[in-house]
Design a protein around this ligand. Structure first.
Ligand code: ZN
Ligand code: ZN
Length: 366
């Protein structure tokens, strides 16, 4: 991964945002910018270069992972170390006419952490809420990242075969999830992208119904939403199967969701806004009168985090660019009755998009 190039591009952009430095504290952003995969760190970017702060537990790991940046390892928490280092090394006032403006990631910083910074830094420093610069850069994936995402998607998709082996009437949802997660770890996944969702019967109407102790009924939809993390990158997919013999109505609503999902996939190309992709799915569901049951957004960016920019939702203006990786996941949910969703991951290409998820979307009955 080109960590140094990513940092240089960001450093160059700081003055345009009225910043002399950016203090990165969100761990996925730290990983993106310097490769550090541990759980405690802070990264300072200034025009002069980058400084990475961590604690003694990560001495060996930080030296191995973080290249071309200055390393400061102390016994204190990384943020406290960063504040002390800034105070000692980045003099404002006395030598500079203007105060030193430090950007913080306000979406990710606690009030306590901000107070610690404000209380430690001398009066010639100013804390500024930085725009989501790193998240913005992370939206467009480079070739290496797309390769990582492809591998995660393939491993993730293999778990659906396991689900099909296990899903039977009377089997508990949690048991299905456990079998899938066991298979994932045996196949080399670092961890699951999120807690596996297996939602059967009436619970299928809960868009984020985590696998429960409920037994799978003899009749109805089972929503399976799952993903793995491989080399730090997340996969995410949903397939809905039918246990028992589906009625014509059940087949009809499945077909409508499948068509809506395809309509949104077909809309994905560079230059179109994510709001328009969302609209394509909703418009398709309007034809069958199901749009009012589609109660969440159409998708989200996915990469080092399971949910990242852009949000593929109504009213969102972000314009798709080649290299963005998003999910397309319309669903319909009739509370207390049934629900279903179909989700793929797609990468935006120069002309349109490529669906990364290899799994068929035909209705599987068990
Ligand atoms: Zn999902
Ligand atoms: Zn998703």
């Amino acid at each position: 991964m080109d960590h140094k190039g990513r940092r240089l591009r960001l450093q160059k952009a700081l003055p345009a945002h009225g910043l002399d430095g950016l203090l990165v504290t969100h761990l996925p952003n730290i990983r993106y910018l310097c490769g550090f995969t541990g759980s405690a760190g802070a990264l300072l970017l200034t025009q002069a270069g980058s400084v990475f702060f961590t604690d003694g537990r990560y001495t060996v790991q930080a030296r191995a992972e973080v290249k071309a940046a200055k390393l400061v390892i102390a016994s204190k928490a990384p943020l406290a170390t960063a504040a002390a280092w800034l105070s000692a090394h980045q003099q404002g006032g006395a030598r500079r006419a203007a105060p030193f403006r430090v950007g913080i990631e306000s979406e990710h910083m606690t009030v306590a952490a901000r107070s610690l910074l404000a209380g430690t830094l001398p009066s010639n420093f100013r804390l500024r809420r930085a725009p989501a610069l790193v998240e913005k850069a992370r939206m467009v994936k480079d070739r290496n990242e797309i390769q990582c995402l492809r591998s995660a998607v393939i491993l993730g998709a293999s778990l659906f075969d396991r689900a099909l082996d296990v899903i039977r009437p009377g089997v508990r949802e949690a048991e299905v999830a456990a079998e899938m997660e066991y298979a994932a770890h045996k196949a080399g996944a670092q961890e699951m992208s999120f807690t596996t969702i297996i939602a059967s019967g009436r619970r299928s109407a809960l868009p984020h119904g985590r696998a429960s102790q409920a037994a799978i009924p003899g009749q109805g939809f089972v929503v399976c939403d799952f993903g793995v993390i491989l080399s730090g990158y997340c996969s995410d997919m949903t397939r809905t199967v039918y246990v028992g013999h589906p009625s014509a109505q059940a087949r009809g609503v499945y077909r409508a969701v499948k068509q809506a999902q395809q309509a949104a996939v077909d809309a994905v190309r560079p230059g179109i806004s994510v709001g328009e992709v969302d609209h394509a799915a909703r418009k398709s569901l309007q034809k069958s009168g199901l749009a009012k049951y589609f109660t969440h957004s159409t998708g989200h960016g996915v990469g080092l985090e399971i949910h990242e920019a852009p949000r593929v939702a109504a009213g969102q203006n972000e314009v798709l660019q080649a290299g963005m990786v998003i999910t397309i996941e319309p669903g319909v949910y009739v509370p207390g009755k049934w629900g279903l969703r179909i989700e793929d991951m797609v990468v935006v290409t120069e002309r349109g998009c490529e669906v990364l998820t290899p799994t068929s979307k035909e209705l599987v009955t068990i």
